[in-house]
Design a protein around this ligand. Structure first.
Ligand code: WT7
Length: 648
């Protein structure tokens, strides 16, 4: 077994030793009130809490509250409380898509900008509890928009800028959001993204569905000409002029909502994951400090987009709550060339770098010289997140990028968990390439078999968490029943993650991937049901089944089986049309990689599609199809195998 032991240099710098980890962990699970009561004080409370944990995973009564009688404001914690000590320190270090563009925003400037945007929102009638949707490129104003919402107690819902107008409309409508903050255009890899145009279309679609957006606040990024609706649209640079740079933070209850973030599940439309104020902030800040072994003065860079939870917890809230300098990158890893990440690390002397396995694999393919021509001497900790990392990519990251000087933290978590749950701690945890290693404080993972029986010791099974932690989601926005149904009903009394995992002889955790109908494409989570529903909304499609298959760079690719309407002829042109249609319905991230026209899909006699078989065929592993005797028409399988799109 390949184990990389903690090096003395890592130990020397680390805040916690392995003994600390073990002692802290034990206390966190034996005495959560004592442990979190102490660590809950890491943030500033307007009214200190007297209660710590009050949580129930009991069937019919899923109820999660942390620090419930305390009050605080997240923006004040991320900005105001740092002003005395580090007002002139850079809070956000912004690196543009174009390497010649970058800027540093100090905590004092961040305070002024956030207050101005908060006042601009107030001027348009936004108040505590209102939903503000944010559809932005990776520019500082995206962070201002999140923090401005938090400052006035509005609930933000950030929608990734790569989503289509349809997808944005569904989220505007779902959250009944009266306000949308966007930009004229985004800029990525030298190309523009028509955000305002998309936003306009989304508003039209939402209006037809019965929800009219009242204000669209538009940040000028590229200066492009954009369509304008006088009664609804407001330029940020104009509103900013009129807005005061002083806006007192709203006093929020610990359990008041902070944000909604839509994410895909195995069924139905994306769910609005709701996170609240106190527990989320404590957990984001604490994990950021210990998982990355963050020290005062470190330059920290997470390459995620603020449209995903990683951007929320580990670009904005965790780092800023800790008074860090957080680097925000507008661009992509391969523009102007595949050396960009490493050049940015040198340019800004980045100490902590956090990215996704898909990016690592892509850059690994670009050749070592793209890396080795840069210095990277500033690096101290390297992190990964989003999908299982294969040992080959792990080793490349460790040896070529980190030159064996930096530990790798493979961090497992989810939109729902708010922050990192399983991870090494630098300087404390011996590493095994491909393993997320051990649970963070307060996290109790458990494997169960398909009947829900707990598996102890060395085992493989379905990954559950048996008790609450402060960063956990509290509900699905507007649908608490679905919250219970989705996460607590498969294995009663436990939170089910949807992931499979193994636990080894050292108690190390290995995440094996989703066991439900969710796929992970380049670290982007997608419900196969969503792609299917996009496909069947095309007039020529009668039925569709979508599965994932192993993809060298993306982790998983999207494989679609499509049955056409009577009289429709399969063709390459139609495949292209269907790809374009899915991009239009969901966004480019959902582009099908393979489409196979199928005269029929394998179904049981009761009409259920047998996805197990479809997955095997997509993997080109049809020698192992298993039992097909329960199929209504076993012959359809022969046709699928014969016309499969993937051949090894
Ligand atoms: C799913 C959650 C949370 C940040 C980004 C993704 C997979 C995430 C790892 C990891 C293996 C991982 C899981 C999880 N995943 N990190 N380190 N090792 N798998 O958030 O979109 O909510 O997706 O991503 O399958 O369930 P998300």
């Amino acid at each position: 077994m390949n184990i990389i032991q903690v090096k003395n240099e890592w130990k020397a710098r680390a805040k916690l030793t392995n003994d600390d980890y073990e002692a802290w962990y034990r206390r966190s699970v034996e005495d959560p009130d004592g442990f979190w009561g102490e660590h809950g004080k890491r943030v500033d409370w307007m009214t200190p809490f007297t209660k710590v944990k009050n949580t129930s995973f009991a069937p019919g009564n899923i109820d999660i509250r942390w620090f419930e009688d305390g009050t605080l404001n997240v923006a004040a914690n991320c900005i105001d409380r740092h002003l005395d000590k580090r007002g002139d320190q850079t809070a956000i270090l912004w690196e543009g898509d174009d390497p010649s563009e970058s800027k540093a925003i100090t905590y004092r400037e961040l305070h002024a900008e956030v207050c101005r945007m908060a006042n601009a929102l107030k001027a348009r009638g936004v108040k505590k509890g209102d939903r503000v949707t944010i559809y932005m490129p990776m520019i500082p104003e995206a962070a201002y928009a999140m923090l401005a919402s938090a400052r006035i107690g509005a609930i933000h819902s950030v929608v990734f800028g790569g989503f289509s107008p349809d997808a944005l409309a569904g989220r505007l409508d779902g959250a009944a959001s009266d306000v949308l903050i966007t930009a004229d255009e985004g800029l990525r890899g030298g190309r523009t993204v028509p955000l305002k145009k998309n936003a306009d279309r989304a508003c039209d679609i939402a209006a037809k569905a019965g929800h009219a957006v009242k204000t669209v606040l538009v940040v000028r990024r590229t200066g492009a000409d954009v369509p304008w609706t006088e009664s609804r649209d407001v330029w940020w640079h104009e509103a900013r002029e009129k807005a005061s740079a002083d806006c007192p933070p709203e006093e929020m209850g610990a359990e008041d909502p902070l944000f909604i973030l839509y994410t895909s599940g195995s069924t139905g439309k994306p769910k609005g994951v709701l996170h609240t104020t106190g527990g989320y902030l404590v957990f984001a800040a604490m994990t950021h400090e210990y998982v990355f072994d963050y020290h005062d003065g470190d330059i920290y860079w997470c390459t995620a987009d603020v449209g995903w939870v990683t951007g929320h917890s580990y670009i904005v809230y965790g780092p800023l709550a800790n008074g860090a300098t957080t680097l925000m990158f507008e661009g992509v890893p391969n523009y102007p060339d595949t050396s960009r990440f490493w050049q940015v690390i040198d340019k800004h002397k980045v100490n902590i770098f956090y990215t996704a396995p898909t990016a690592i694999r892509a850059l690994m393919g670009a050749g070592d010289d793209k890396v080795t021509t840069t210095s990277r001497k500033s690096l101290k900790v390297l992190g990964t997140v989003g999908e299982p990392i294969n040992p080959e990519a792990w080793n490349w990251y460790y040896r070529v990028v980190g030159e064996e000087r930096s530990p790798i933290v493979d961090t497992w978590w989810q939109t729902e968990t708010g922050g990192i749950l399983i991870t090494p701690l630098p300087g404390a945890t011996d590493l095994k390439p491909g393993s997320a290693t051990r649970p963070f404080f307060g996290v109790i993972p458990q494997l169960v078999d398909n009947d829900g029986t707990a598996l102890e010791g060395v085992a493989e099974g379905n990954l559950c968490i048996t008790d609450s932690w402060p960063g956990q989601m509290r509900t699905i926005y507007g649908d608490h029943d679905r919250f219970e149904q989705t996460y607590f009903s498969t294995y009663k009394g436990k939170y089910f993650t949807g992931d499979g995992a193994k636990c080894d002889e050292d108690g190390y955790w290995w995440i094996t991937g989703r066991v439900d109908d969710v796929i992970n494409v380049s670290g982007h989570r997608m419900g196969t049901a969503e792609v299917e529903s996009a496909l069947v909304s095309h007039p020529k499609v009668s039925e569709a089944a979508v599965v994932g298959y192993p993809h060298d760079i993306k982790g998983q690719g999207i494989y679609c089986y499509v049955t056409l309407m009577e009289g429709q002829e399969p063709s390459e042109a139609l495949k292209k049309e269907l790809v374009a249609h899915v991009r239009e319905e969901i966004g480019p991230i959902a582009s099908p990689d393979k489409i196979q026209f199928a005269p029929g899909l394998p179904k049981t006699r009761s009409g259920k599609i047998m996805r197990r078989i479809l997955r095997k065929i997509a993997e080109d592993d049809f020698g192992a199809l298993g039992d097909t005797s329960t199929l209504a028409y076993p012959a359809v399988v022969d046709d699928l195998v014969e016309n499969r799109e993937n051949r090894k």
